[in-house]
Write a protein that binds this ligand. Structure first.
Ligand code: ZN
Length: 330
């Protein structure tokens, strides 16, 4: 049995608004006079039953974050929780569209989140970076606006650009320009694909968005040639097993393809996606995958190594993280 906290962990796929602990959401809702009884029950659990009620609960919970200091509290809380589970690195997806809905400029949203990350780092040494997300179902113009915001307001902790939202909406070709702009500006890029949509969505993301990381990507398993291609090209999958089970992509972890993909040579990382909504944490994801598939301490160490190597951070930070990782090796 693995003691999860002893394995240094790294996370590449977590939506910061979706990582808000219910206790924090409740506290801020009270402070701002927002009624959340329809999405948060008395036991401090988010209430949802299917994908659309999940999105509704997610948006309602996100709406309690209104000021830069609310966002600072959110990122500080999340990074402290990650560090307490043994994580040494975390990337968070940030959603400028959510911030805009709360009436916040891109710049104050990012500065709020960065302040919280710095506070957590001072106490725990956890490194963090942000990936700005364009929402696919808002259309190409909205996604390009996010890239322009990132490029026009450079921040040392915003190092990536990604695509999220409804995978079935809009062909990746519509977002090729946004991704080209992001790459030319030196941002790392990733896109959600192969979660609800099939393997063809992953092929399209690789072709049109030229990403080297895919959010989820697990449905590649349905196409042998694609699995071979991912392995050969060293594409990294940001796998979120607990999320896939909670949203019904697979019925049970033992039927999840993460183990087969890894055996086939695909680069795998383990992530929590929207942890409190799915009753999980990064530590629990590492532990449950290890328990279900018999992954050893060394297997988990290699998962973290893959994540650090694929991280959207500068080489010096990467090297420091790898030294920390190696110092935990048995
Ligand atoms: Zn996601």
């Amino acid at each position: 049995m693995i003691v999860p906290v002893t394995v240094p962990k790294a996370e590449l796929h977590c939506h910061i608004e979706g990582a808000a602990p219910p206790t924090l959401v409740k506290r801020l809702a009270e402070q701002h006079g927002i009624d959340l009884s329809h999405v948060l029950n008395g036991n401090g659990k988010f209430i949802w039953s299917d994908f659309s009620s999940f999105l509704k609960a997610y948006d309602a919970a996100s709406a309690v974050f209104k000021t830069p200091s609310d966002y600072a509290l959110l990122s500080e809380t999340y990074f402290r929780m990650l560090a307490a589970e043994g994580a040494i690195y975390g990337e968070i997806f940030i959603s400028p569209d959510h911030a805009q809905a709360a009436g916040l400029s891109y710049r104050s949203y990012v500065e709020g989140l960065a302040a919280g990350m710095e506070r957590a780092k001072t106490d725990t040494a956890i490194e963090g970076r942000m990936i700005a997300i364009g929402v696919r179902h808002f259309g190409a113009a909205a996604v390009e606006r996010v890239v322009k915001d990132v490029i026009g307001n450079p921040h040392p902790l915003v190092t990536g650009f990604g695509l999220a939202g409804d995978e079935r909406s809009g062909h990746p070709a519509n977002f090729a320009k946004a991704f080209r702009m992001a790459s030319e500006a030196g941002l790392g890029t990733t896109a959600h694909a192969g979660e609800f949509a099939g393997p063809e969505s992953i092929v399209a993301a690789l072709e049109f968005l030229r990403v080297k990381r895919i959010g989820h990507g697990v449905r590649a398993i349905e196409d042998k040639d694609l699995v071979r291609r991912l392995a050969e090209e060293g594409v990294v999958l940001e796998v979120c097993p607990g999320s896939n089970i909670a949203l019904g992509v697979y019925t049970h972890l033992r039927f999840h393809p993460v183990n087969i993909l890894r055996r086939e040579g695909v680069k795998i990382t383990i992530n929590s996606d929207d942890p409190p909504f799915f009753g999980t944490t990064l530590g629990r994801e590492y532990a449950s995958v290890a328990d279900t598939f018999g992954w050893s301490f060394d297997d988990l160490m290699s998962v973290t190594r893959t994540a650090i190597e694929a991280a959207f951070c500068d080489p010096a930070t990467k090297n420091r993280l790898l030294v920390r990782l190696d110092s935990a090796a048995r």
